[in-house]
Design a protein around this ligand. Structure first.
Ligand code: BES
Ligand code: MG
Ligand code: ZN
Length: 521
């Protein structure tokens, strides 16, 4: 878990005790191959008798985004080392530069420092609170590791304390509240990562259900209902139970509800997460290579649980429900087989043509259950199709929307959260590809092209006219390589976008205009 201690300081940077002091600088505008000094840099440089400038020059440091120069200070100043981090040209600077460069810097000092100091970028036009947000979350997320199964790591140096140095004119109590608030984002993201990275035999439907119940127990505004196999059967969740047939462990349908005290709003936002705790493919078994990655097939569920773990502190002023149909997709003598027909919660029948397209079959029930609960908006997260990786690569989520107002709000939230999404069309002409000869719809399309779109069109059949956003997160939910703010494995994709959205009290749709509100802390 995130156990990082953040502290604000208005002392001069060269006087703050730390193993590494990080200072950001911009690159010069135009063609000049040089960086631009600033007040914090100049103070430290002076205390070092100009050696900081000398080292930067000797290494031809130009302040390009992500470049770093560091120097041992030989006790001339309080910090043991100084790192100068380039942010690129100020005219091209966006908060994502700060996110990426900070993440890169934190990874570079991994296992090398326990206590550091970061000087907030001087001269950036963004508000200090926004800069702080980005730095706090980048530090915590870049520092994340899933280490619980390593047995020989006692000696390791772990970063645990960060002093954030700010200008003398800043209001510390305001900024301190902001840090606490910002940490909720990383805390929730880290919970989602841990759930994805956990071995599938541990992170079972029961494990997820217990977590949901514990979240509800510790928050009076949250309630939780869990339906076991028999109860889901009574409700008519034939899609979910069809996929769950192979498993000897209990599948669980998880329902969470956050209702703010004195709730006046009619809004009821539903968050749906695909909860396949392991996807073997079922009878249409997957090939062996990388099958271990299919423990990530509950990443959507993990993100929903991450959001609910902090939602009472974020305090949206409307109701939020969460639905997760949790089961593994396994091969056994009782598995669902191609040719079977199941009936979803909303009464629609689905012909199973491929047991590896199981996500949409379980989501048919969770989506239509949310509609029946009176959801006024639905957002779902699902590691649904390999085709999403083909279309948008490993970093960008495919987004679909049947309502453009909601779409633009969600896009702004994703933008300011630093999560990459791109909208694909719910192309009506492709609906015919999902036709079945024997049931209302088939679980795989008749063409292999546009597989992400046909999967989304399948889901659309279960949301009716409710404003709805679907995220296919097969790419960004799980990193095959370390990059940006995460190591290999679960990324917690979606958590920060939803949290931003929950805080978007007004109708702001401009990217960058979705601001956090801290009045409720
Ligand atoms: N869980 C997979 C999708 C997936 C693939 C997620 C790669 C992350 C990385 C899903 O259940 C699946 O197997 N989908 C099939 C659908 C096909 C049979 C229509 C796919 O994408 O191949
Ligand atoms: Mg409760
Ligand atoms: Zn599958």
């Amino acid at each position: 878990m995130a156990n990082m201690k953040f502290e604000l300081s208005q002392k001069a940077p060269q006087q703050i005790s730390s193993e590494v002091l990080a200072i950001y600088v911009f690159q010069a505008e135009g063609q000049k191959a040089e960086f631009v000094s600033n007040e914090f840099f100049a103070q430290v440089d002076k205390a070092l008798n100009g050696q900081l400038t000398a080292v930067c020059n000797s290494e031809s440091f130009q302040g390009k985004s992500g470049s770093v120069v560091s120097l041992f200070s030989f006790e001339k100043i309080v910090p043991t080392k100084v790192a100068v981090i380039g942010l690129g040209k100020k005219s091209e600077f966006v908060l994502d530069d700060l996110r990426q460069t900070t993440g890169k810097f934190i990874k570079s000092i991994n296992k090398k420092a326990r206590a550091i100091c970061i000087s907030l970028p001087c001269g950036a036009d963004e508000e200090t609170a926004d800069l702080l947000d980005v730095i706090v979350q980048s530090v915590e997320l870049a520092n994340y590791e899933f280490g619980k199964y390593h047995t020989q790591r006692d000696e390791q140096i772990k970063l645990s304390s960060v002093v954030l140095q700010v200008n003398k004119t800043e209001n510390l109590s305001f900024l301190n509240k902001h840090i606490v608030h910002s940490q909720l984002y990383s805390q929730a993201t880290i919970l989602a990562r841990d759930l994805v990275n956990e071995q599938p035999t541990v992170a079972t439907p029961t494990y997820l259900a217990n977590l949901a119940q514990n979240i509800a127990k510790s928050n009076p505004e949250i309630t939780c209902k869990i339906f076991n196999r028999a109860q889901a059967e009574k409700l008519g969740m034939g899609g979910f139970l069809g996929i769950a047939r192979a498993a000897t462990i209990e599948p669980k349908f998880i329902f969470l509800e956050f209702k703010p005290k004195g709730n006046k709003s009619k809004r009821k936002l539903a968050l749906i997460g695909k909860g396949i705790t392991f996807d073997s493919g079922g009878i249409n078994v997957k090939p062996g290579d990388h099958m271990q990655d299919m423990k990530m097939d509950m990443a959507g569920a993990a993100s929903v649980l991450g959001v609910f773990s902090v939602i009472a502190k974020i305090k949206p002023d409307f109701t939020v429900i969460g639905c997760i149909a949790a089961t593994p997709n396994l091969v056994s003598a009782t598995s669902i087989v191609p040719g079977d027909v199941v009936k979803a919660y909303n009464g629609k029948t689905i012909e199973i043509l491929n047991t590896d397209a199981e996500g949409r079959v379980t989501m048919a029930d969770s989506l239509s259950y949310a509609v029946a609960q009176g959801a006024t908006e639905i957002i779902d997260f699902a590691t649904l199709t390999g085709a999403a990786l083909v279309a948008l690569g490993s970093d960008v989520a495919a987004m679909f929307a049947n309502n453009q107002d909601l779409a633009s709000k969600v896009k702004s939230a994703a933008f300011s959260a630093g999560e990459k999404v791109w909208e694909l069309p719910l192309e009506r002409d492709y609906k015919k590809l999902n036709k079945s000869d024997v049931a209302d719809i088939a679980n795989i399309p008749s063409s292999r092209y546009g597989g992400t779109i046909t999967a989304a069109l399948f889901l659309q059949e279960f949301v009716g006219n409710t404003p709805w956003i679907h995220f296919d997160i097969a790419g960004p939910a799980f990193a095959e390589k370390p990059s940006g703010l995460h190591p290999k494995g679960g990324t917690g994709f979606g958590v920060r976008t939803v949290l931003k959205l929950l805080e978007n009290k007004g109708d702001l749709t401009d990217p960058g205009q979705v601001r956090m509100s801290i009045q409720n802390i």
